[in-house]
Design a protein around this ligand. Structure first.
Ligand code: NAD
Length: 298
């Protein structure tokens, strides 16, 4: 009788490949959601070094995970792009951004997705779908900025301006997302930012500014028009200096929690085929971030 009951419990094996992934909050988010679904859900951080992200070692890691019965993997820096040519198929989210953060093993086939793109997209729609988006400024054109730019480009934004301290990075990301954008996309140097903020409908921070280890702000929200909205993708801490100051001035805001929860919930659904309880996952994430802040106060 007991053996029969255990046999019926679904087991899922997943993991996160990347450099320095040990403190990631994604494993506990998946395991808690799996437990709510009555699954034996095991999600392991798999720390790699930059040399492991090259084609040969990464292909062997994928092969080994498949042989060991993994249902799927999340992938982060530095393997998000090097993994592309090793996969059999790419979902549109991964194809558009040119990076993969989620791999599903479907028998012998490997399918790459990008749930940073879909995660930010859903968080943005939940708060700002009904707003006017004449001119939106994205500050930060790194790995996460590329996912945000891809999601924004697919929305009704007349003018998307990508700004980075490295003008080359801003220009090259603008060039990459332009073919999939509904409106115009430009890349500019960070020096142009003070002139753009007063005329922006909204602005998203995708720089590390605001993280516990990287305090401060990439720009001053006092430069924004009164009705502009402000998004931050940093979520450790949840209330960054940028968001606190923007809220104090009456701006509508979204924190990075929505993107972080959304990427995990979308990956959970890709791995298991079952709908994630997003509200419960958001509560878990808030608890995890608060518990982490209590152990490592700023
Ligand atoms: P990254 O280092 O790849 O990119 C950061 C970019 O910001 C760089 O291109 C850098 O030149 C630019 N930058 C730095 N200071 C700037 C300034 N003052 N003005 C303009 N540009 C500036 O980092 P990343 O992987 O893209 O991550 C950025 C942040 O996003 C992380 O620190 C993390 O907190 C957050 N993040 C959130 C989520 C989420 O799910 N919410 C996911 C990934 C990353």
């Amino acid at each position: 009788m007991i053996a029969h009951a255990l046999h019926r419990r679904r087991s899922i094996l997943a993991g996160l490949i990347g450099q320095g992934v040990a403190p990631s909050l994604t494993p506990p988010m998946h395991e808690r959601e799996g437990a709510r679904h009555g699954m034996n859900y095991v999600y392991r951080p798999i720390a790699i070094e930059p040399s492991d992200a090259e084609a040969g070692p990464l292909a062997r890691l994928l092969w080994a995970a498949q042989r060991m019965g993994f249902d799927g993997l999340n992938v982060t820096h530095p393997a998000k792009q090097t993994i592309l040519p090793l996969l059999d198929e790419l979902a549109p989210s991964a194809e558009r951004v040119g990076a993969v953060n989620t791999v599903r093993f479907d028998g012998a086939r490997t399918i790459g997705h990008n749930t940073d793109v879909t995660g930010f997209g859903s968080a943005f729609d939940a708060s700002f779908a009904g707003s006017a988006h004449d001119l939106v400024v994205l500050v930060g054109a790194g790995g996460a900025g590329a996912a945000v730019a891809t999601a924004l480009a697919a929305r009704d934004i007349a003018d998307l301006i990508i700004c980075d301290a490295s003008e080359d990075r801003a220009l090259s990301l603008a060039e990459r997302v332009r073919p999939v954008a509904r409106g115009a996309v430009r890349g500019v140097d960070a020096e142009a930012l003070p002139g753009l903020l007063p005329v922006a409908s909204g602005v998203v921070n995708a720089t590390p500014f605001g993280m516990a280890a990287h305090p401060g702000m990439a720009f001053d929200p006092a430069l924004l028009a009164a009705d502009a909205w402000v998004g931050d993708i940093v979520y450790r801490p949840t209330d960054t200096e940028l968001l606190l100051r923007a809220r104090a001035r009456g701006h509508r805001t979204i924190s990075g929690l929505g993107m972080a929860m959304g990427q995990a919930a979308d990956a959970f659904e890709i791995f298991t085929g079952e709908p994630a309880d997003r509200e419960a996952m958001m509560n878990d994430l808030k608890d995890l971030v608060a518990a982490e802040a209590a152990v490592h106060p700023v």
